[in-house]
Design a protein around this ligand. Structure first.
Ligand code: KG4
Ligand code: ZN
Length: 332
């Protein structure tokens, strides 16, 4: 079955074509970073306007790349939440129109579920596995038992990990989105240069907290003249990143041990982080765990993961009708 996956939940317009949940025939993403970068974060109104301009060309490009026509599709999958409601509505409305006109079944996909399952685009990972989803909007830890069976273990009490990256990058005048920029900058920095405090989390819980580290970086920057810290940008980036990685890795490994599950899967934009990957691989070796990271292009928002999650549901016989609405706060 050929499935078209469409993603417009935040600021990336993305479409992909997947055959039988296995071979990816096309994966097209149009980023709006150059627009939101001017404001240091996503401006919802601008994001939905950009989606309106981009969505049809991006769908066309994905069909062309796959060498297929709309009539060849066995189903269409589209993100219906969580996300920015204006952005979600663009993808959902276009997919509904396409499905209606061409009489193709379609399903609405939960964006979080798609991130958790993205690993299956490249790896055969048996269920169950512990999955950490760390993105710009979420930091969530699950035990994934099957498609549709997600046991929530914990999440962030305040900022998401990616949000902390983006905010710290903004404070340092580095641009948007900050994750990739800090990741690159940190490669030339000393991780031990500044000891930013790690959040204290209740023993035995799988919670995360990133607002404290954000404030610590802010206080550090304020505590000295700008020309002084400007010379230490790489050290600040590396030290901040080390603290974030530490706070992500510890509860995740603890969850795997406590649940007797030896497979850990990472998902979401922050999973593209090079230091997180390096640290986790070392830790996994030491603890006898198997760790899986999607390729960076499948960590950040993409249509392929939507097509895959949609494929699983379509295969199970799910069909959505045209009353399906966008849900900004959709949970798993
Ligand atoms: O999953 P995603 O594309 O969108 C959401 O659903 O939020 O994640 C975007 C987030 C941004 O906060 C971005 O700064 C972060 O992922 N990110 C990274 C890296 N690449 C993207 N964070 C750390 N290191 C990276 N290499
Ligand atoms: Zn996402």
């Amino acid at each position: 079955m050929l499935v078209l996956g469409v993603e417009t939940s935040c600021d990336d317009t993305a479409a992909a074509v997947l055959r039988d949940g296995r071979s990816l025939l096309a994966n097209v993403v149009s980023s709006q970073d150059h627009i939101h970068g001017l404001y240091g974060g996503v401006v919802p109104e601008l994001a939905s306007r950009q989606h309106i301009q981009n969505i049809l060309p991006i769908i066309d490009a994905s069909l062309q790349q796959a060498g297929i026509a709309v009539k060849d599709l066995g189903g269409i999958a589209v993100t219906y939440g969580p996300g920015l409601v204006g952005s979600l509505l663009v993808g959902l409305s276009v997919v509904k129109a396409l499905a209606f006109r061409s009489r193709i079944p379609y399903v609405g996909v939960n964006h979080l579920e798609a991130h958790l399952l993205a690993i299956h685009l490249e790896h055969d990972v048996p269920f169950p596995y512990i999955a950490l989803l760390a993105s710009g909007g979420h930091t969530l830890l699950y035990c994934v038992k099957d498609v549709g069976a997600y046991a929530y273990l914990g999440g962030t009490r305040d900022d998401a990990a990616g949000e902390a990256y983006d905010k710290v990058a903004k404070m340092m005048g580095l641009g948007y989105p900050g994750g990739r920029i800090i990741d690159d900058l940190a490669k030339n920095g000393n991780r031990e240069a500044i000891r930013f405090p790690r959040a204290h989390i209740k023993k035995g819980s799988y919670e995360f907290s990133f607002s404290g580290i954000k404030t610590s970086v802010w206080n550090y920057l304020k505590s000295q003249p700008k020309d002084q810290w400007k010379n230490r940008m790489a050290d600040i980036a590396a030290s901040f990143q080390e603290a974030v990685v530490d706070m992500l890795v510890k509860p995740t490994v603890r969850a795997a041990t406590a649940h007797g599950v030896n497979r850990i899967v990472f998902a979401g934009g922050v999973a593209a982080n090079s230091r997180l990957r390096e640290t986790m691989v070392k830790k996994a070796d030491a603890e006898g765990l198997k760790v899986y990271f999607p390729a960076p292009k499948f960590c950040t928002d993409n249509g392929a993961m939507i097509a895959l999650a949609g494929y699983y549901w379509l295969k199970r016989g799910r069909r959505d009708d045209f009353r399906l609405n966008a849900h900004a706060d959709l949970t798993l």
